[in-house]
Design a protein around this ligand. Structure first.
Ligand SMILES: [Zn+2]
Ligand SMILES: [Zn+2]
Length: 286
């Protein structure tokens, strides 16, 4: 039974670390929310409580069960790409670069890869797991934690593989994840900011909110996470103003952990997508 005691101890430590990691963002977004909304913030928090509670359940599940798999995947992918002979830039070449420049390259390349990976997640192949992220109808900074374990694993595998193929050092891969994670909290926050014309440079909370909108005009738009530049360059940029309409998906996913995770394995998740795609393909021609 040593393995069980070991697992429980690791799980407890992981949950404790995740809880402490959320403390600073929680205080930050509480203060920011009060500055922007004043007393209206408390009504918004009350309305978002059921969705936020589910987001925290998903976070705890991923911390205990998905993160250990990601650690295994990290070791596997590092060995795999180094042994494959497909690494484009010899890792030693980055040693001559300043650390901040290497991190900048990792974040820019990571965001470009993330843009296309996100577009791939909206394809028939990956949508059934990505739909879980979009099922939050009361988006807050905690919506960043609503990801199906399969979505977490595919994201990690695709993004880190691209950086490893470029021979980027592990610290740059980690830095890219941290930048995307913390900026991800920000773009999911319930803030009306659009950044005006500057959202071509950086993704604003309103820009990503449109990505979560049920409005079909906004489907297939705003896939960037950090630099809005990619959406502008590839013709998917859409920010007509603050996004005040309803959020979520047409997919029927209940607000329980079981429904969220099992949805990905239901045949109707795939069948529904084909209807969704065909509808979307018709829309631009209308
Ligand atoms: Zn999406
Ligand atoms: Zn999102």
């Amino acid at each position: 039974m040593d393995w069980l005691a070991d697992f429980l101890l690791r799980s407890w430590n992981a949950v404790l670390t995740a809880g402490l990691g959320l403390l600073i963002p929680a205080v930050f977004f509480l203060c920011l929310g009060y500055l922007v909304k004043r007393r209206a913030l408390f009504g918004d928090i009350r309305r978002a409580l059921p969705e936020s509670g589910l987001n925290i359940q998903i976070l705890l599940f991923n911390v205990v069960f998905t993160v250990p798999l990601i650690v295994l995947a990290a070791n596997f992918l590092t060995d795999f790409w180094h042994a494959s002979g497909l690494v484009l830039v010899p890792p030693g070449q980055w040693q001559d670069w300043p650390v901040l420049a290497v991190i900048f390259v990792a974040v820019v390349v990571g965001d470009l890869v993330g843009y296309w990976r996100h577009r791939f997640e909206h394809s028939s192949f990956l949508w059934p797991s990505h739909a879980v992220h979009h099922s939050d109808t009361e988006m807050t900074w905690l919506s960043l934690e609503r990801f199906h374990p399969i979505n977490r694993l595919t994201t990690f595998a695709i993004d880190s593989s691209a950086l490893l193929i470029l021979g980027l050092p592990p610290y740059a891969v980690v830095a890219n994840s941290l930048v995307r994670h913390y900026y991800g909290f920000f773009i999911h926050a319930d803030l009306p900011w659009t950044y005006g014309r500057w959202n071509i440079l950086f993704v604003s909370p309103a820009m990503h909110r449109w990505h979560h909108s049920v409005d079909e005009v906004a489907h297939g738009r705003n896939f960037s996470t950090v630099f809005g530049l990619w959406d502008w360059a590839f013709g998917t940029h859409y920010v007509p103003g603050p996004c005040d309409g309803p959020l979520g998906v047409a997919d029927e996913i209940d607000r329980t952990l079981w429904s969220q995770f099992s949805y990905t394995f239901r045949p109707r998740a795939f069948a529904h997508l084909f209807r969704r795609r065909s509808r979307r393909e018709v829309t631009p021609a209308e």
